[in-house]
Design a protein around this ligand. Structure first.
Ligand code: AMP
Length: 285
């Protein structure tokens, strides 16, 4: 596995692969790798001729009071994990390599995808994400980019961006990988205290209870949300930021449940913010 830190070097490598007709897969990450990331890596190494994993803790997507400095950066164990996973290149640029002095461009998606869920609570976050992903796509020139369902809103926004800007790559979204107790794997889980870790699975518990209620015939979003809220309230350490029921395709809120919907939650445990979601197909009656 090569470790590449320069955008020019990566661009030259990728151009060479493309000239040879090789299919390039990209897995963008912020490191602190876990089995969720590795499921994306595995899909890419199985489906593509060359796999590039990027590790870049993107300062543009962190708000001034968010955890940029605290974000875990276990560089050596990340590198060893990837080296054992059949990855061809670890692309790990510095912040200066990505945003040299004088960098003044942003890529921003507007519209209804940015009205709900995380967007109102993290102003500028998705602009940071779309800017860095655009840059990664230009540098790595992948045919396929792999994302996890965990970041459902981010995926929709990136999909919108690639469509709007005619970016020539396809997006693959893979299922959320969970701990045995249901907690969605996240790089931030390692920052939880033992007590917080014990409370954290309640997020998934609430999502599953919502799905079960819908399975038993509930069709009013307000009713399902109320039950989910009650379950979340059983853990006093969990402060809910939002609990939303939206259309899976458009992320618009729904009152009457039908079709494919997304149950989504964001919550604080201490100063650690966790998100989770579940796609539910509402049975027709
Ligand atoms: P991050 O390093 O948190 O920016 O995540 C990099 C990619 O891994 C994103 O596409 C995430 O959606 C995906 N990812 C994060 N956690 C999980 C998980 N538990 N299961 C599957 N994919 C995940």
């Amino acid at each position: 596995m090569r470790i590449v830190r320069s955008t020019t070097r990566q661009r030259v490598l990728s151009a060479g692969w493309r000239r040879k007709g090789l299919c390039i897969g990209l897995v963008p990450t912020m490191g602190a790798l876990h089995a969720g990331h590795l499921s994306l890596v595995r899909a890419s190494t199985e489906q593509c001729d060359r796999t590039v994993v990027s590790i870049f803790v993107n300062p543009l997507q962190f708000g001034p009071r968010e955890d940029l400095r605290e974000y875990p950066r276990p560089r050596i164990s990340d590198r060893n994990l990837l080296a054992r996973s059949g990855v061809h290149v670890l692309f790990a640029p510095s912040a200066v390599a990505m945003y040299p002095p004088g960098f003044t461009t942003a890529v921003e998606v507007h519209g209804s995808l940015l009205q709900g869920l995380c967007a109102p609570f993290r102003p500028g976050h998705f602009r940071g994400v779309t800017t860095v992903v655009t840059k990664l796509l230009h540098v790595v020139q992948p045919h396929v980019v792999y994302f996890g369902q965990k970041d459902a809103q981010q995926n929709k926004i990136i999909q919108q961006m690639t469509r709007d800007l005619d970016l020539d790559c396809s997006l693959k979204v893979l299922p959320i990988v969970r701990e045995p107790d249901g907690l969605a794997l996240s790089s931030r889980n390692r920052l939880l205290t033992a007590m917080q870790r014990r409370s954290a699975p309640v997020l998934y518990g609430a999502l599953c209870a919502g799905r079960a209620l819908i399975g038993r015939g509930a069709r009013r979003a307000s009713v399902v949300r109320a039950v989910m809220r009650r379950i979340l309230a059983t853990e006093s350490r969990v402060r809910v930021q939002y609990l939303a029921i939206v259309r899976a395709q458009t992320l618009q809120p729904v009152a009457r449940l039908r079709g494919k919907i997304l149950l989504a939650v964001a919550a604080w445990l201490g100063h650690i913010r966790l998100i989770d979601n579940l796609v539910v197909r509402v049975p027709q009656r």
